[in-house]
Design a binder for this molecule. Structure first.
Ligand code: ATP
Length: 337
């Protein structure tokens, strides 16, 4: 049976080394038989345990790039490495067992229970019933679904958000070294979406997989990405940078336009309130000013300021006031370099 060393670990064990592999794309390209060059010579490194978001206008080649990584689409140029291993010509079926894949409408098997869906890859890998059952329980709990309550349900008996969680559990089932996600949160309403994104970040902090996620939504990219790759037509890499750097210093006119005029606000979301930006607390302690915690986002500080119609906030660390942040200084944090 095909039980690779990669599939034998358990996700999220306390103290265990993260089980993830870096991805290196070396000049990959895809030319379809009709001559369409969807991707031309893209090179990109994703570190082990890093969450990278691919974003760009419709048709720029995001999904093609993603599907070349698990070889659902065969590249016509370049090389793909997982860790040090060249997988460009590896057996695609075996490769896909090492790579979790989550798509927009989750793609659960409608006539199988939640348990059976999550057990798909362990079953293919020939795991014992007992090991599979334990793993499925562990995964459902990890994504916040009680196995007793949800395990025997069918996909149509779940909400959109619950289905999405089952999709993530299924993708993580055999402890993949890489997780690919194509618009994973776009089929649910905005409120559920924000909650799923938060849950997903908590999950990622625990499992620390190498994740490549495709989205249309810049706010999602900024919220989730360790780095964001902005692509233009033909999979051309316009900029590859952490969210704050991308919003603060767009590298090209294309990126500047893509991130839009409200990038100052978006930048505040990813800028923490730091001690060095503060002014001293005045002698009277500024009793009229609302408080925010040191390390919180500048965006939250702005929201507090606006809702209490204040022009400054007192910043506290462990409840102790450590400085004052005025409105002008706060707005300067959102300004481009
Ligand atoms: N089988 C195919 N044959 C020919 N061209 C294709 C094929 N599949 C995709 N393309 C083209 O390749 C380009 C990239 O498609 P892709 O789906 O990767 O874009 P995308 O950035 O993911 O788009 P979207 O955001 O709209 O999902 C598009 O111009 C598309 O029309």
């Amino acid at each position: 049976m095909d039980v690779t060393p990669e599939s034998s670990g358990a996700t999220g064990r306390a103290g265990a080394a993260p089980h993830a592999a870096s991805i290196t794309l070396e000049g990959i390209g895809k030319r379809y038989p009709d001559g369409t060059e969807a991707v031309r010579g893209l090179s990109l490194d994703v570190g082990a345990g890093e969450l990278v978001v691919l974003i760009g206008p419709s048709g720029c080649g995001k999904s093609t790039v993603l599907r070349m990584i698990n070889r659902l689409i065969e590249p016509t140029a370049g090389r793909i490495l997982l860790g040090d291993e060249d997988v460009t010509r590896a057996d695609p079926v075996r490769l896909r067992r090492r790579i979790g894949y989550v798509i927009q409408n989750v793609g659960l098997f409608p006539h199988q229970t939640v348990r059976a869906n999550v057990a798909t890859v362990p079953r293919l890998l020939g795991w014992s019933r007992d090991r599979t059952r334990k793993r499925v329980d562990e995964l459902l709990e990890l994504v916040g679904l009680d196995p007793g309550q949800f395990g025997q349900r069918y996909p149509h008996e779940l909400s959109g958000g619950q289905r999405q969680r089952v999709g993530v559990a299924r993708a993580l089932a055999a402890d993949p070294v890489v997780l690919l996600m194509d618009e994973p949160f776009s089929a649910v309403d905005p409120i559920v979406r924000t909650r799923l994104q938060e849950e997903f970040l908590r999950l990622q902090a625990e499992v620390r997989k190498t994740i490549v996620l495709v989205t249309h939504d810049l706010d999602e990219a900024v919220r989730l990405g360790d780095r964001i790759a902005v692509l233009s037509e033909g999979g051309h890499l316009e900029q590859y940078a952490p969210p704050a750097a991308l919003l603060g210093s767009p590298a090209t006119p294309f990126v500047r336009e893509f991130v839009g005029a409200d990038r100052g606000i978006r930048r505040l979301v990813v800028t923490p309130v730091r001690a060095e930006t503060l002014e001293p607390v005045p002698a009277d302690g500024a009793p009229d000013a609302p408080t925010v915690a040191l390390g919180g986002s500048a965006y939250d500080a702005l929201a507090v300021m606006l809702t209490s119609a204040a022009d400054r906030v007192v910043v506290t660390d462990g409840g102790r006031p450590v400085g004052v942040l005025g409105r002008q200084r706060l707005l300067d944090l959102g300004r481009a370099d």
